[in-house]
Design a protein around this ligand. Structure first.
Ligand SMILES: Cc1cc2nc3c(=O)[nH]c(=O)nc-3n(C[C@H](O)[C@H](O)[C@H](O)COP(=O)(O)OP(=O)(O)OC[C@H]3O[C@@H](n4cnc5c(N)ncnc54)[C@H](O)[C@@H]3O)c2cc1C
Length: 403
């Protein structure tokens, strides 16, 4: 365990995003990089994530981001020696309505233009791949063979170890309490282990990112929204090689966790925190919401409503009101870069997001990366109440029909 020291670059936060950025900087030859973390690697939101990695998205840019991440997950162990526990099981996206089936056609077309392989399955083929499903209600099933899932803690530890091998220093159990800015230039950080000088701060503080930005006097609407899922006791027929299921008409995702069922979803009435005054605190399971997931799952998985819950995972992933990442330098303050607002996509999207952070710091980022800039919310172009309502709507509509 290191204490923070003066460093050219300091990343705040050792979740999936901070560690992915650390590895990308180190691989690009950056020297004198340190990561400061209040707790330990992957102990906050990242450690609670379900680890689903889905590449079929509603835009080509998001699809390419997810493909870049899968590409890295597939070669990470070979390149670094550290396994992310990545299982390329494939995934099946299930439609229960005609409108949803039509949406899948559009998504398959987007996948095609991004170069991602997908295929529609007959109900018999669905049964071959996932014998536990009752296919009666299924109107369409879209298969993506290169999807899968990983263990978020393993992935993040792999990033961190590989970054450390390339010279990055990690300072766990240290909290950043202030940022020193003089004449619009970052000069240093105040931390629970003392003050340090640094030229560049990268804000990868997850649901605490708005609080960190506030330390330089900047308001950014990065809103923590509650999310949870359950893991059942071992259940006959479930095994780790089953594909991941997404059932957007029921707002549910499902996968096997060893021999148990992991089931989460996007409930209709989300809870958010106001980052200006509500601390991001641990939460109790909401049994009404979790029971609702199991009951809805019964539609395609007979017996699901009788599952026995062994463990509940939960946290506050950070959402932006427009559902997009907040990535890049903060205008008007030299040396402060955002890597936040993952919109519950921060594990699977971590590798691609780290590439965007790198690109945002180059002289001529692409129009897409420019569009992720925190500049879109500055100076104070938003209302906090409205931002929370919109962030909750992004969450509630995670699997809403896209046109
Ligand atoms: C139940 C659940 C299921 C999810 N499932 C998935 C999934 O299947 N796939 C997916 O891609 N995503 C999923 N997510 C979302 C995913 O977890 C997040 O998008 C991702 O973990 C964000 O990573 P992060 O590094 O930005 O944040 P975090 O993991 O929260 O890391 C931020 C770190 O910053 C540190 N920090 C904050 N402030 C300070 C400070 N002042 N000083 C020092 N350190 C500080 C914190 O301690 C923390 O460790 C899920 C989330 C939840 C809660």
């Amino acid at each position: 365990m290191s204490k923070p020291t003066d460093a050219a670059t300091t990343i705040v936060g050792a979740g999936a995003v901070g560690c992915a950025v650390a590895l990308h900087l180190a691989r690009a030859g950056w020297k004198d990089v340190q990561v400061i973390e209040s707790h330990d690697v992957a102990e906050a939101t990242t450690g609670q994530a379900a680890g689903l990695v889905g590449q079929v998205r509603s835009t080509v840019d998001r699809t390419r981001l997810a493909m870049a991440s899968v590409n890295l997950f597939s070669r990470l162990e070979k390149e670094t020696g550290y396994p992310p526990d990545w299982r390329q099981t494939g995934s099946i996206r299930i439609a229960l309505t005609a409108d949803r089936a039509a949406e899948f056609e559009r998504m398959a077309a987007i996948a095609r233009s991004a170069g991602l392989e997908t295929e529609f399955l007959s109900n018999a083929q669905v049964t071959d791949r996932f014998p536990l499903l009752d296919t009666t209600a299924i109107r369409a099933a879209l298969w993506c063979p290169t999807d899968g899932y990983l263990q978020p803690h393993s992935l993040t530890t792999a990033y961190a170890r590989a970054a450390r091998d390339l010279g990055v220093t990690f300072c766990p159990h240290t909290t950043v309490t202030g940022v020193d800015v003089r004449d619009g230039v970052v000069e240093g950080l105040r931390t629970s282990a003392g003050d340090i000088r640094t030229d560049l701060v990268i804000n990868a503080a997850g649901p605490w990112a708005a609080g960190l930005a506030a330390m330089i006097g900047v308001d950014l609407p990065i809103i923590p929204v509650r999310h949870e899922y359950f893991v059942s006791t071992p259940t006959p027929g479930w095994s780790p090689d089953l594909p991941v299921l997404r059932i957007p008409d029921l707002h549910l995702y499902v996968r096997a966790e060893l021999r148990s069922v992991l089931c989460g979803g996007w409930e209709a009435r989300a809870l958010s925190r106001d980052p200006r005054r509500d601390p991001v605190v641990p939460i109790e399971p909401d049994w009404d919401v979790l029971t609702g997931f199991a009951t809805d799952l019964e539609t395609v998985v007979p017996g699901a409503s009788q599952l026995r819950v062994a463990e509940v995972f939960r946290g506050w992933p950070a959402f932006a009101p427009d559902g997009r990442f907040v990535v890049g330098p903060v205008p008007g303050v030299r040396g402060f870069v955002m890597a936040a607002a993952c919109n519950a996509h921060g594990v699977s999207g971590s590798a691609g997001l780290a590439e965007y952070v790198m690109e945002s710091m180059r002289p001529d980022p692409s129009p897409y990366v420019q569009s992720l800039s925190p500049a879109r919310f500055l100076p104070n172009t938003f209302d906090w109440t409205d931002a929370q309502t919109k962030a909750r709507a992004v969450y509630e509509n995670y699997y809403a029909l896209t046109s």
